[in-house]
Design a protein around this ligand. Structure first.
Ligand SMILES: [Zn+2]
Ligand SMILES: [Zn+2]
Length: 360
């Protein structure tokens, strides 16, 4: 499984030469202007679009099959909503919903802005203490260490939807087409890939900067502490709030742990995994990315910007994933805010000509 594809990119896309940094004056307008001025081109978008690749090869995935795939993801979310409604006043209240939403937002941004955009793609630069902060709130999502995440993710980009991609939903065996093949591919990309016996990517090759000692390395080595902290915070808030308002110290604390800790981890996990599964199966492809990545509006919003995944594969180095004004990208809002506060700099977005060239 470690062999390189005949035409594949064999190295992770961690930096791109043709980029631009945002000017301090109204950067949003510049990108919006660049997008407005873009036009369809038949020319491949150079190295950003990857090697020659038959992007029509998986058009056999019918709408019915995509609907089945989406159902697997959406139904559990509906189940959580039904659980909230049916348990209202008994096992859930506004406090618990706030703990769920608040802890979700913090840890999902830890993964998106920290683990993904900052650590995996170097999409912007920030202070050492901010790197440690993002490593901690990312670790609280219980998705493992920065080093392992970065190595797997850079390998995903290096082999996207080809042999060597750790979590592509697309299989290359002819007998795995059709509905069953799609379900198997979806399951593999969503959760199956890390349940299977497999080799971890070479971290010294894919994530060398996280092998040597640093603040982020320290957070990695103490990962269990931060996962526990992510459970302790909603427990403590739930307990203190319930104890002071109606004396339910223990009950409210346990419910804080349940909603702000355990249910929140469930939601963060499935949204993250859906980027790997759903966003390589179901959605639109405005850019030629050389793989099957897709923009999916549901996960664009739920995934704090991560679901604009075709944009991301076309421009992996970009801090901004939602490239059009209506593509809401909470992670980009955070990065722009950090930039305004001088806590982020060298914020990278695609240059105008790159956007135009990569249009599908
Ligand atoms: Zn992807
Ligand atoms: Zn990426």
């Amino acid at each position: 499984m470690l062999s390189h594809p005949p035409h594949g990119r064999t190295h992770p896309t961690i930096s791109e030469p043709h980029m631009t940094t945002l000017p301090s004056d109204r950067p949003h307008d510049r990108v919006a202007h660049a997008l407005a001025a873009s036009e369809v081109t038949t020319e491949p978008a150079a190295e950003e679009s990857g090697p020659d690749f038959d992007t029509e090869a998986h058009e056999h995935v019918s709408n019915t099959e995509r609907l089945i795939t989406l159902t697997f993801v959406v139904v559990p979310f509906i189940g959580v909503v039904v659980a909230v409604v049916s348990l209202w006043g008994v096992g859930v209240s506004w406090l618990h919903l706030a703990l769920l939403a608040g802890m979700y937002l913090i840890t999902a941004l830890g993964i998106s802005v920290g683990y993904h955009r900052l650590f995996s793609h170097k999409a912007f630069k920030t202070h050492a203490f901010m790197r440690v902060f993002f490593a901690i709130i990312g670790a609280m999502a219980a998705e493992g260490t920065v080093r392992r995440f970065v190595a797997n993710h850079r390998r995903h980009h290096g082999h996207s939807d080809r042999e060597g991609d750790p979590h592509s939903p697309h299989h290359h065996d002819d007998d795995e087409h059709g509905v069953w093949g799609t379900i198997k591919g979806f399951f593999h990309a969503h959760v199956g890939w890390f349940l299977k016996k497999r080799e971890h990517p070479d971290e010294a090759k894919y994530a060398p900067e996280f092998v040597k000692p640093s603040g982020v390395r320290f957070v990695d080595k103490t990962n269990a502490v931060w996962v526990t902290l992510g459970l302790a915070i909603p427990t403590a808030i739930g307990s203190v709030w319930g104890g002071l308002t109606d004396g339910t110290w223990v009950t409210s604390g346990v419910l804080g742990l349940l909603w702000g800790g355990i249910v929140r981890i469930f939601v963060v996990h499935h949204v993250t995994w859906s980027i790997n599964s759903v966003c390589h199966l179901w959605g639109t492809r405005p850019f030629k990315s050389g793989d099957h990545s897709r923009n999916n509006a549901i996960f664009g919003v739920l995934g704090v910007g991560e679901g604009w995944h075709n944009n991301h594969h076309a421009f992996p180095y970009s801090s901004r994933h939602g490239l059009r004004w209506w593509e809401f990208d909470a992670g980009w809002v955070v990065i722009r805010t950090l930039k305004a506060l001088r806590l982020a700099w060298d914020v990278r977005v695609p240059a105008k000509e790159r956007l135009e060239k990569a249009r599908g």
